[in-house]
Structures are given as structure tokens and as C-alpha cells.
Design a protein. Sequence first.
Length: 405
Amino acid sequence: MDSFSSMAISSIRANSEHEYMKRECQPKTWTGGLHRVLCMQGGDDDGSYAKNSEAPASAITLSKPLLLTAIQSMKLFVQSEEDSLRIADLGCATGYNTLATIDMVVEGLRERYIKECGVDPEFEAFFSDLPSNDFNSLFRSLATTLSNNKARRYYAAGVPGSFYSRLFPKGKLHVAVSLSALHWLSQIPEIVLDNRSPAWNKGRAWIDGAKKEVVEAYAKQSEEDLEDFLRCRKEEIVEGGVLFMLMGGRPGSQRPDNQLDDSDSRAKHPFTCSMDQAWEDLLNEGLIDEETRDGFNIPAYMRSTEEVERAIERCGGFEIQRMEYQRIVEHSKEKQDEWIRDPVSYGRAKANLVRATLRPIVEAHVGPYLSEELFKRFENRVSSDISLIHKTCFYGVIVVCAIRK
Ligand SMILES: C[S@@+](CC[C@H](N)C(=O)[O-])C[C@H]1O[C@@H](n2cnc3c(N)ncnc32)[C@H](O)[C@@H]1O
């Protein structure tokens, strides 16, 4: 090929890449609401939620005794084998955690009914999440057998929709659980998306350490959302039924601009420093403009125990049986040792974690090409800051068990 043709080809390629980037770079509005976009990454590859849900799994393990106690002490409803018991997991995502939880609740209740009432009731399990959730992957994994080689003994159904609105008829549910999901807000507050407002979140993707106006807007959204959630569940859960919630949270006395457990956890959290640096890299490389960077916000809020208690009181209809703040260690010691030996694999693992949780909303903001560029910058930033690998960090969670009065 002569040099002229090769120059022409590379110029066409550069032009089409430029056009593609321009097209992809346009910030997109989440028309129709965040619930159309937000979901964990489906499937089962390295960037999927199913392969990146170690911290939620640890949270469930830690809160398991509380859930089992609730199951052991809840009112018994079924009198004959014709009646069924109905359990819902709200914000189920895909993968192991939801199945393990439903199995645990079903088996716990079955044993109680057989022992205390002499009946072996039928169970219905409702797996509920936003319509964008990968229900196909979830239903495929339903077919696998339990660890003790038994088949699952419940009738399963998927319920697409937001848990901030009604999902079931009145008095339908006996047990509703929601695990590691309620810290996701229904939307980014409008004033945070207005570049003329004092709540414009300049230079940050999230609210930890952000300006007062941004934090207050998120806190207000979080309050409205939790109250909506509780009002809907108050209608749907039968009297004596159980509502079990596990959500990202902070201790009662901690200010809302301090979303995380301590300074190391703050520095290492996937929504904070490395995420901001990755957006800054895209900006400095001329791939996005400042408004695109600042217009991206992560719709998560870690509530305090006080905020949760206040919302439950204001809603009425529930009695708090137990409420606890717990700290979840971010990763196992074995993983940490592995990463100390190989920091590049650490960067990859962290980038996969943010892909699993944020890819759909990053793609909605900047398109798939720039989304992947962002995750690559994030990976580089994380693997080049080796000092953080040695730090053990924590996620805070609030666990609440409430009985419908
Ligand atoms: C971190 S995952 C937790 C999944 C699972 N419960 C677990 O413990 O592994 C959070 C889930 O909450 C879902 N979610 C977020 N906001 C929601 C909403 N408004 N209504 C229903 N599900 C929601 C997300 O789609 C996601 O699947």
C-alpha cells in the first residue's frame, strides 16, 4: 500500500473514531427514570454481579442469625397443607445470595411448621428487582440443586418493578427481605443535576466528603425513598409478618457527609478517590468535557441507624424487633494476600467490582465506549496505589428486623 492510501485510510479511521466518540460522548438523560437503567451487571463473566458479590455475601452471613431468629419467633399462619406461605426478596439481583437467603427462610419455616403444626406447607418465592435485572441468569441458577442434593421446594416467580412502589396485592406477603439494595436511591435529586445549583457535585462522582448542599439533597431523597418503601410494604405484608432489611449504612452519630467507616475505607472505596481520578483522566485526555464529568453521580446513600428508625416510626405499622449496625470486612484475608503478591490483579478485581455495580449507569451517561475507557483508567489508578492493598477496610451495614403490627 502506498503512503497516500495508508494516510487516507488512517484519516478515515481517525475521523470515524472521532465521530463515534462524539456520538458516544453525549451525556444521556435517564429518560423515564433511574429505575430503567440501574441494575447489577447480569450474566456470569468476570464483570458480572454474580462473580462480584463477596461483600454482600459476607453481610448476609453476618446477619443470618438475626434472620433465623426472626423466622423462629414469627407468628405461624398456615393451618392446613392447602395454605401457602409467601416470601419475597426485594432487590434480588442474580446469583447465589438471593437463592441462599430464600432457601434459608423456606427451610427454617418448613421445619417449624412440621414440628409445631404438623403441616408441610407449600411456599411461593417472589424474586423481585428492577426490570433491567438479568432475570434469565437468575432463573437459570434456580435449576441447580441445593447443597444437600435436594431440589428447591417452592414455586418461584419473578416480579419486575421498583421496591419504592407497590409490587404485590394487599396482605400478600408473610416474609419480605431486602438485602444490600435499599442504599440505592430511586433517583439522583434534581438539584444535583442542575449545573446552576449550589448542589452541582463538581469533581465528585459520589457524596462522601461532598458539599453540604449535595449531601442534604441526597439525605432528603433517601428519607423520601425509605418512607415510600415502608408505606408499600405496610400494605403488602400481613399482620404478624416479617420485614427484614439489610442496607449499606453508618452508625447513628456519624454525619452524612461521612458515608464510610473510617479514613482508610474512604480512600479505598470504589465510589471515591479512584473513581474521581478516573473521570478526571478522561477529562484531561480530552475524551469528555467538564459538564459530563460533573453530571455523573452515583445514586447511593448510606443511612444512619437514626435515619432508619425515624422513617419506621413515621410510617407506623411496624415494630422494630432488632436493629444493628455492623461492619463487614471488605475482602477475605486470602484475597488480600493474593493481591499483595499481584497488584495488577487487584486493580482488575476492583475494576470488575465497579463494572458489576455501575456499568449500566455509566453506559447510560457516556455510552459503552467511554464507559469501558473509564473502567480501564479506574483499574490503572487502583493498581498503581499499592499502599492501599495493605489496608483492611470495612463496609457499614444496618440490619433491621421489623414485625408488621
Ligand atoms: C448490590 S445488589 C444486591 C443483590 C442481592 N440482594 C444480594 O444481596 O446479593 C442491589 C440490587 O438492588 C436492586 N435495586 C436497586 N434499586 C432498586 C429498586 N428501586 N427496586 C428494586 N430493586 C432495586 C439492584 O437492581 C440490584 O439488583
